[in-house]
Structure formats: structure tokens, C-alpha cells
Design a protein around this ligand. Structure first.
Ligand code: F3S
Length: 81
């Protein structure tokens, strides 16, 4: 399974993720992205047919704010590296 969460602290509201994966990423009132399926908790697996979109979004984010992992994020943003 593949999970996703957006690091809103580093998101600059560029809008690329919602273009790459409109079914997975949406924007709050400030234009910052969040993972749509579980309100950015990162605990709902990405549907099989949307995994490529998620990977495109991750690759296209200029700030590395789209996080993907094969385990649930449980609402926590991974440590910055
Ligand atoms: Fe933000 Fe990256 Fe999306 S900067 S709007 S998470 S492409």
C-alpha cells in the first residue's frame, strides 16, 4: 500500500500537486495543499489506479512537500532530512 501526506510547513502553494493528482490533493483557504482522502492524516491508502498520479505529484513538487510511504503516516509529518 502507498500512503501520502503533505508537509504544509514547506508547501508554498504552488499548485502543481493538484494538477498532477486532482483526486488526491486539494488546497485549503490559504492555498496550501493537503491529502484529500483523509484530510491530510496520511492513513488512508491511495487507490491502486491513482498511485502513478501520486508519484507524479511527489516528483513535481518544487519543495518536496508531498510525502509518500508504504506505511501509514498516522497524521505525522516525517522528519526532514
Ligand atoms: Fe505545495 Fe508542493 Fe503542492 S508546494 S501546492 S505541495 S506541489
Amino acid at each position: 500500500k502507498l500512503y501520502s501526506i503533505v508537509d504544509k510547513d514547506t508547501c508554498i502553494a504552488c499548485g502543481a500537486c493538484g494538477m498532477a493528482a486532482p483526486e488526491l490533493y486539494n488546497y485549503d483557504e490559504e492555498g496550501l495543499a493537503y491529502f484529500l482522502l483523509d484530510d491530510n492524516k496520511g492513513n488512508t491508502p491511495i487507490p491502486e489506479d491513482l498511485k502513478l498520479d501520486a508519484e507524479d505529484a511527489q516528483e513535481g513538487c518544487p519543495t518536496g512537500s508531498i510525502k509518500l510511504a508504504d506505511v501509514s503516516f498516522e497524521g505525522k509529518i516525517p522528519e526532514k532530512r
